[in-house]
Design a protein around this ligand. Sequence first.
Ligand SMILES: Nc1ncnc2c1ncn2[C@@H]1O[C@H](COP(=O)(O)OP(=O)(O)OP(=O)(O)O)[C@@H](O)[C@H]1O
Ligand SMILES: [Zn+2]
Length: 692
Amino acid sequence: MAASISGVFSESLQNAILQCKVLIVGAGGIGCEILKNLVMTGFNDIEIIDLDTIDVSNLNRQFLFHKQHVGKSKAAVAKETALTFNPDVKIVHYHDSITSSDYGLSFFKKFTLVMNALDNRAARNHVNRMCLAADVPLIESGTAGYEGQVELIKKGLSQCYECTPKAAQKTFPGCTIRNTPSEPIHCIVWAKHLFNQLFGEDDPDQDVSPDTADPEAADTAAEGALQNESNDKGNVDRVSTRGWAENCDYDAEKLFTKLFHDDIKYLLSMDNLWKKRRPPTPLDWSYLPDGVAGCSKDTMESGLKDQQQWSIAKCGSVFKEAVANLSKALKTCQETSPGDHLVWDKDDQNAMDFVAACANIRAHIFGIPQKTRFDIKSMAGNIIPAIATTNAIIAGVVVLHAFRILEHNLKACRSVYLRLKMNHRNQLLVPEKFVNPPNPKCYVCAPTPQAVLAADTTKMTIKELDETVLKARLNMIAPDVMIDGKGIVVISSEEGETEGNNEKTLEQVGIRDGTVLKVDDFHQNYSLTVTVLQREQPSVKDESPDFLIVADDEDLKPKEDITISEKPSTSNGKVEKVEDDDDIDIVETEISPSTSEADVPKKRKTESPTNNTINKKRKVETNNQHDDDVCIIEDDREVEKVALSVLPAIEEKILTPRKYKSLPDDDCSIVYDGNEDQSTASSPKRSKQLAK
Ligand SMILES: Nc1ncnc2c1ncn2[C@@H]1O[C@H](COP(=O)(O)OP(=O)(O)OP(=O)(O)O)[C@@H](O)[C@H]1O
Ligand SMILES: [Zn+2]
């Protein structure tokens, strides 16, 4: 096959293609296309890894897979089909997660280059860190609908995947979900929480009952009556929703009456909430309306079944049937393993019916437009359609980047964005002006990565530090934490060593204001110095985050107005600096490649790590953490925040004057130290330090 590219590629590129060894991470939409491209252009030493098996829904675009392959390993079948195009290629496949400790530094060092074709942030973060540690070029790619992007990640030369903060998960205040929904999505989130309360994993942060701690409801007339029943978290301490449902044997009418009548009446008694809002209308199970506001019977029943508008009466019958089926399924699964629960899945008919019916009933109660089951599925499942053509275009650009890398022309590997519409230069594929230099304050690829944690050391427990800060916020997999200067290990990634600390507060183990922590994740060959700052925990009624990750205490003070250019939305959490943009220019900073080489012995773990989910206290997540192919920053302020942290080199004189407003509090945010000298980018290698 390589012969067929003679005359197209230079001889040196042909040789480089023949000699290189490539890793493809992910054999989904983009991965299949990349594999086909590589095999067809003469690459003959390829490894591919994917943890998943083939699903029917993959077949429309993952063309290496066919009906008979459903249920089989994606990596194995991708290899098998690709070999039919060119049987001489050496392809090794792994049916496994790339985050497994089996794929350590020496595994990554084998490759000339790595290509990511993933669909989630956790895996991308991990491969990013591994490729930085192994100093192997990584081509990162992603698509979302008609949009896509490709970027090179090369240590010392370009930004890494974590150089810029990613768009925050869209969250809604708990009281909006529980008390005052105003959009369909609020009702959908509430319905998904209700599913978990009744059939799924019980999560106190997903309470669906009226929130009496809602600051807006304060001084309400009915307060006395309500507060007698409520605890300090605003949850009404009656029987739990699950317990109540079990007691009434999941009787649909009783459940409906509690959720859509009694609880609504309860909400109505919180007068303050309805002074400026339309009050909700409790529903009576025996008199459910059989029309939909603004819809004739014909419109309700036209179109595909999934796209029909349900009346509230129909929602009631769907609710009844779904509750019966789900409670039966729950009983069955608990018979085999007591304490087990159901997991919400958009593709499970009963689970989806339940959420669609409940969301629409609640929407009706609050005067919010109803949605079809189809729309609710797409919102609840956070579905962005995957488009085969987008994947194919992006995979093509990935392989073009690979050619540039093999030609040692890395500076030509500028990030490329595939756009929905042509720009004024008739470009659909828009390249950046140059390879984005690394952010010298990046907490991952800076020579000595540093961060400051502002938290209440008297309240935050070691377990929270481990799970919420280090794993969920800083994307570590198996961190070890040592108090610098004292040599005390407070968190060990080895089982059985520091579990006794879990429930202790930071203060109780000797972490106070000013304490410096040395954090190492040997699994990722990653070290970080974290300085702790005491910050009082916000009160329950305060919406601000429990902790912040910042660079220094200056960052905790309110920001002054800063002039910043107005920029369009971005991909992958970055400010887009594209060629067609004439009102902004970037001053390229020459950053010498770091000499750092992570050569510390790796501590091996026996089990694949799992991803931990952030335990948000007051906010409710709507986005699926896993869908993270292209991050579009929708909020202008978020763009400004990114711009502030990543564009230190923008010359002030060329910026369009604009006021910089103070940012809303995120649950946690990374702010880089504005005082840190950029020259640190070329300072000596970051030191790896054993935490014990
Ligand atoms: N940690 C991981 N290790 C290896 N492969 C992974 C890992 N995480 C995700 N993947 C794989 O990356 C691929 C991404 O492909 P794609 O975005 O097309 O998703 P998909 O799961 O095939 O499609 P959809 O999400 O639409 O059903 C998937 O095949 C997925 O299994
Ligand atoms: Zn970085």
